[in-house]
Write a protein that binds this ligand. Structure first.
Ligand code: EPU
Length: 316
């Protein structure tokens, strides 16, 4: 293990059962692959999270903040430093007020996106149904500007709260955020933020009063269509590649390249939707990466289109 004794002791004393060392990331990613993280920490409170991030930054230890690990491919040699999970300390969702024409809902980064969708429906609020069926947490969805054919996070997000490595929190409004396809970045006007990569703590969403029953019916229809066209019941990281900016989507290109059902080790290109790489049992990250490369090369050769992974690939 790469953590020295002092660091290990500090983590053990402070986090007790909430820290594990050499923890296999295959237990914490939806693809169910990935080697060990030096330390895997699940802070129980916001204060613990703040202290942990500050301590890691001061100690010069790299850390990776994750939600549910649903869009993550961790390499077989694992992750150097800390993995910090937000699902326990930041999971609250509440309405925070109203403004002309709508209601503001604050969702913490570690809350599951499907809970936010369900919260909106039960509060008779329209705007979140586009996200139904997207796995993972609110923080991950904001980071990725998650979206479907029905809409993107950009459409409903009003502001976010960030935690800087030095432990301060800062609110950033929509106008200071740059959204692009599957990506969120801060505009250069936010250069006054403290240095280091900030962590998203929560997002405030602007939703519209509507009819709960109608929203529920729409939700069932969206989920039904998703189940019909995607292998939602099998371990995967969702769509593996981004869709090209124009032309055919990645799934169709991989399908046309004849790769449905292609298998390397335990990794398999889904026969239901070719942009899904499935762990059909016992896959390693190496198998998934090899299959990714096979699909990328085949599409490049056949269509002269360079596919880019949507899934975040991390690890040593
Ligand atoms: N298609 C094929 N073969 C396939 C898969 C798709 O020919 O194996 C064709 C479909 O018939 C359709 C077209 O490709 O004509 C688009 O397919 P689909 O409607 O499934 O949408 P997509 O572009 O592949 C996107 C998002 C999904 C999201 C769906 C539904 C990306 C990379 N993917 O998929 O998001 O669920 O729309 O809104 O933008 C994800 O982000 O993890 C994800 C799965």
């Amino acid at each position: 293990m790469a953590l020295d004794k002092t660091a290990q002791k500090w983590l053990e004393d402070r986090f007790k059962n909430d820290v594990r060392f050499d923890e296999p990331m295959s237990r914490h990613t939806s693809l169910k692959v990935g080697g060990p993280a030096d330390a895997f920490v699940t802070p129980a409170t916001r204060e613990d999270l703040q202290r942990l991030i500050q301590w890691s930054a001061e100690a010069g230890l790299p850390f990776l903040v994750i939600g549910d690990g649903t869009n993550l491919l961790v390499k077989d040699a694992g992750i150097a430093g800390l993995v910090i999970v937000l699902t326990k300390c930041l999971n609250h969702i509440s309405t925070t007020g109203s403004r002309t024409g709508g209601v503001l809902v604050r969702a913490m980064a570690g809350a599951r996106l499907h809970r936010l969708c369900a919260f909106a429906i039960s509060a008779n609020l329209k705007g979140m149904n586009f996200a139904l069926g997207i796995p993972g947490t609110v923080g991950g969805a904001i980071m990725m500007n998650a979206g479907t054919a029905h809409g993107w996070i950009r459409d409903v997000l009003e502001e976010i709260t960030l935690l800087t490595p030095s432990g301060e929190t800062q609110t950033v409004s929509k106008g200071q955020l740059d959204f692009s396809y599957r990506k969120l970045s801060l505009k250069s006007s936010t250069a006054n933020l403290a240095p280091g990569v900030p962590t998203i703590m929560d997002g405030q969403f602007f939703l519209y009063p509507s009819d709960g029953q109608q929203l529920q019916q729409e939700a069932e229809e969206i989920l039904r269509k998703r189940r019909e066209s995607q292998p939602t019941h099998l371990p995967s990281a969702g769509c593996f590649f981004k869709n090209p900016v124009s032309g055919k989507p990645a799934g169709e290109l991989i399908d046309l390249a004849g790769l449905k059902g292609k298998k390397i080790g335990g990794a398999l290109i889904s026969s239901e939707h070719a942009n899904f790489i499935i762990n059909s049992g016992g896959a390693s990250a190496g198998d998934v990466l090899a299959l990714m490369e096979t699909a990328r090369t085949a599409v490049l050769k056949m269509f002269n289109i360079e596919l880019e992974p949507e899934v975040r690939i991390v690890g040593r």
